[in-house]
Ligand binder design. Sequence first.
Ligand code: VG1
Ligand code: CO
Length: 557
Amino acid sequence: EQIKAIPTKPVEGQKTGTSGLRKKVKVFQQENYLANWIQALFNSLPLEDYKDGVLVLGGDGRYFNREAAQIIIKIAAGNGVGKILVGRDGLMSTPAVSAVIRKQKANGGFIMSASHNPGGPEYDWGIKFNYSSGQPAPESITDKIYGNTLSISEIKTADIPDVDLSSVGAVRYGNFTVEVVDPVSDYLELMEEVFDFQLIKDLISRADFRFSFDAMHAVTGAYAKPIFVDRLGASLDSISNGVPLEDFGHGHPDPNLTYAKDLVNIMYAKDAPDFGAASDGDGDRNMILGRGFFITPSDSVAIIAANAQAAIPYFKDGPKGLARSMPTSGALDRVASKLNLPFFEVPTGWKFFGNLMDAGRLSICGEESFGTGSDHIREKDGIWAVLAWLSIIAYQNKDKKVGEKLVSVADIAKEHWATYGRNFFSRYDYEECESSGANKMMEYLRDIISKTKQGEKYGNYTLDFADDFSYTDPVDGSVASKQGLRFVFTDGSRIIYRLSGTGSAGATIRIYIEQFEPDGAMHDVDAQTALKPLIDLALSISKLEEFTGREKPTVIT
Ligand code: VG1
Ligand code: CO
């Protein structure tokens, strides 16, 4: 194939956030915008990391992926990549890309997704790069890419025709091969190694157990039928919104109580199924619901960790260690301490878990933002979380005869609280605030923090400490600072403030509120009621309304 060098000019603002580069589609449609970033990426990698190597390309099916796939394939060829494995129709979930990189021993991979952000011509597009163990590129690489976007002068691209991605098979152009692969098979094979599929199948096929999965018209639509229906025997009508669409059916593919309304309505109806779950745009997030019962993601990871050894063959020797992102509640800490396991607290974003996993120190981890996963891959994994929950429910009910009352999702959560206590948790999101107000609020809080003293009274709470969270990676010593403003009180209650790093417009403020309740008599109180005093305190300390003009959050978790 012929390689062309196309002259180009730097474009401002191509810095990656919490998870890849995310902008409005219109921004990516500017001439060479995406091409510049992809070329800057190749300019940032050592030659041996891609020359004649193998890369994976997947995406969540959103608008602009078709054009983007062709651009990426040609630039990969232009830079001397040997082979690119592309999911059929450009589809492959984030966890599946991580799994395929590992299984096929690829050098890395691209994911075309803006994850939980809406899609379509007026909405968002995004790109992520994962490295050879399947983990999101570390900041040392993304910083380099950003640096290179500021000095880029040419793009190397191969003069090859657009590749037909609609059917499986390989096409060769000189030293470069494009292989279109089934996006499900390697991933499904891994799931069958991790879980006891027969155990799950026995549960799903019970007449007294009903299951519901909402793919939100996003990428798990391509996985739900082959896995839940064909392999595990769920009925076809247990899958809703199961066809991936470029605009997610006008939806916001974020599995939470606000945006996964369809599923919430199903699960809170009179004749609700026993178990419900949803996943996000690129398939790495999950929401778990029981009949009329919401499992907060902070509890979900703790419950999975506490039950993993018994219910999931992959953990038969017990997890090696547990970890959570800083704003995630301390429910997992209690499991780690009871099971006597190493425990880590890392900044928000999955990239911080990978080093611990590679070093054999971490097996199960999670984030409060509906991300749960393990070291079977190096990304959070929505379908894995669903299978983990199904395994736990199946295990607890495996000896139940038809007619006997099953142990429910709610029973499992309540039993967990009875053993460990309950960490009440809630997150308030104020999406797309005006940036200057949001930044001023964070400045104001930093200023308060610099003056705080231990023992100060905040309403009924006494301050233990306040700081701006900073993390030193115990494996490579790298430091991530300014990762969230914390107010931690003497009873362990916390208020945390962060600005989102995944939005494409304005600033999204996140406030995380947590309070531990050891008293079993209080465990059935609604989280919003239990946390009211702390939430009011969070709003008054920050003067949020004054700085942003917002009276109410856009999303409450
Ligand atoms: C959010 C979440 C974070 C998550 C990230 C990527 O980041 O808070 O926990 O890892 O999204 O998830 P931020 O910076 O907006 O708070 V996804 O599903 O977009 O890959
Ligand atoms: Co996602």
